[in-house]
Design a protein around this ligand. Structure first.
Ligand code: FMN
Length: 319
């Protein structure tokens, strides 16, 4: 780490806290867009990142969906990766040694198809001191009834309650799906179950069609939409969850969905996010979270704002 980066690292204005876990800056990577860590090491200076979120880890290794798994659409991308990942045992054996040396907070995103799968993965990962927290991806169908964990408040509350019992040392983050009628009800259910932090949003379900071949562009037919196309929707969800649920329960939010500039990050923070995840924009510029953090530091300095956390929820609403 250079002296310059060490100096920037300690800029106290950028430090934010997620339920007691201090982040050097409010900028995080979003799950699934930067692998497990080694993939971006040459292009993203982890020592200047608020935190790194891994791609989803499931109990068993998964090859994921057939290609085509990603297509570009107007103002975003559609992905149907199908949770391709190395599975818990290989994650511990092959990825944790690298993560142990990463000079940033690391959050492992956990997914599953049964409550017991989430519990088994979280129980095992809770043992690792090198992890700052576990983020539950609940946008997965439950094998027993086909319902997505993140679309039924009762299913979600029970899932989080069960996981809460085995996560004793790590921060428990629940990542909300926007593909619901009432995201505030899901946020309440997650908090009732024991979530300490909420992150939002995961991708919106969408599809793309080739009019000439009359075929869907994704092998899986449907996929998750991300990128600038969803930013206004993401802002609304963060605003709503902050105002209706998170603020009064003192639960910090991680906002994400289409953020690609310092202005976008400030907007998410004004809407109520304590930290902001950058996902799809990493495919354009992998160093973006560090560049945005620098720009945020300059913004705070030139506007005489002592701390980034002063922006959180400061949206000026009409009377
Ligand atoms: C290619 C790709 C893979 C993703 N994989 C995961 C994943 O494994 N787990 C998860 O919780 N979210 C996953 N996401 C969702 C992102 O973490 C994020 O919530 C979403 O893309 C919105 O942020 P963005 O517009 O900045 O990308 C993925 C997104 C993309 C684009």
């Amino acid at each position: 780490m250079s002296a310059k980066s060490a100096e920037k690292e300690t800029d106290p204005r950028l430090t934010v806290s997620l339920a007691g876990v201090k982040l050097r800056t409010p900028l995080l990577t979003a799950s699934g867009t930067c692998g497990y860590g080694p993939e971006y090491a040459d292009v993203l200076d982890y020592s200047r990142l608020g935190g790194f979120t891994t791609k989803s880890v499931t109990l068993h290794e998964r090859p994921g969906n057939e290609p085509q798994r990603i297509v570009e659409v107007q103002a975003g991308i559609l992905n149907a990766i199908g949770l391709a990942n190395v599975g818990l045992q290989r994650f511990i054996a092959e990825k944790i040694p690298y993560i142990r040396e990463m000079p940033t907070r690391v959050f492992v995103n956990v997914a599953g198809y049964k409550q017991e799968d989430y519990v088994a993965v979280c129980e095992a990962l809770d043992e690792f001191d090198c992890l700052a927290g576990l983020e539950l991806n609940v946008s997965c169908p439950n094998v027993s009834d086909g319902l997505m964990f993140g679309t039924s408040p009762e299913l979600l509350r029970r899932l989080i309650e069960a996981v809460r019992k085995v996560v004793r040392r790590r921060l428990l983050i629940v990542k909300l799906s926007p593909n619901v009628t009432d995201i505030a009800a899901m946020a309440r259910a997650a908090i009732d179950g024991g979530a300490q932090v909420l992150s939002l949003i995961n991708t919106y379900v969408g599809m793309a069609i080739n009019a000439k071949t009359r075929r869907p562009l994704l092998a899986n037919v449907i996929g998750g939409l991300s990128g600038p196309a969803i930013k206004p929707l993401a802002l609304f969800n963060v605003h709503r969850v902050y105002r209706e649920v998170a603020q009064r329960n003192n639960i910090p939010l991680i906002g994400m969905g289409g953020a690609q500039s310092v202005t976008d990050v400030i907007e998410f923070m004004l809407a109520g996010a304590s930290a902001v995840g950058i996902g799809t924009a990493l495919f354009v510029d992998p160093a973006l979270p560090v560049k945005i953090a620098d720009a945020l530091g300059e913004y705070l300095h030139s506007n005489n704002i002592a701390s980034a956390s002063e922006l959180v929820g400061k949206l000026a609403l009409p009377q």
